[in-house]
Ligand binder design. Structure first.
Ligand code: S3P
Length: 176
């Protein structure tokens, strides 16, 4: 009981590389613990009236990152929710500081081979355009994993079914 109340005091923010399951796991986690769910990429798309790929193409990555920073600040200032971030959001110093101060950050860690098998879907992932997913993800993992590791909790087991990932997260949150 106490744990359920604890879970709802702060927003839970999922971070990690593309393909880690942040959106799918986040949606299921939110349902399980009775919090609203927000997907930062979807919010950015709604605010811009453009897809992530279109924002990158028309305005460039820096513009996307500005929008991402604003959207996350708004979501974090709102009522406690489960928030799925895009893979680059936690790399922004301002966003990361805000998440670490106000929320519970959870890194969904997975082997790059697992991630590469999952990132086939297009539209949201312009960084993958014309790239070998495994090579790109390896490069991103080298740069980003030490930063994702600053999250309050790390959940490994990216190859697990999403329901099992949710179980692990709930257990980890209860143990905090
Ligand atoms: C990005 C990840 C994407 C999306 C954008 C940039 C990144 O989100 O925000 O394409 O820099 O890793 P997902 O992690 O949900 O794929």
């Amino acid at each position: 009981m106490g744990t359920t109340r604890g879970l709802q005091e702060k927003s839970i923010v999922l971070v990690g590389l593309m393909g880690a399951g942040k959106s799918t796991v986040g949606r299921r986690l939110a349902k399980r613990i009775g919090l609203p769910f927000a997907d930062a990429d979807e919010e950015i798309e709604a605010a811009a009236g453009l897809t992530v790929a279109e924002i990158f193409e028309r305005h460039g990555e820096a513009h996307f990152r500005d929008g991402e920073r604003r959207v996350l600040a708004r979501l974090i200032a709102g009522p406690p929710s489960v928030i799925a971030t895009g893979g680059g959001a936690f790399m922004d110093d301002e966003t990361r500081a805000l998440i670490l101060a106000r929320c519970t950050a959870i890194w969904l860690d997975a082997e790059v081979e697992t991630l590469a098998g999952r990132v086939g879907r297009r539209g949201r992932r312009p960084l993958l355009e014309g790239q070998d997913p495994l090579v790109l993800l390896q490069r991103l993992a080298e740069i980003r994993n030490p930063v994702y590791a600053e999250a309050h909790l790390t959940i490994r087991g990216g190859a697990l079914p999403h329901g099992k990932m949710v179980d692990r997260i709930v257990e980890a949150l209860a143990g905090r």
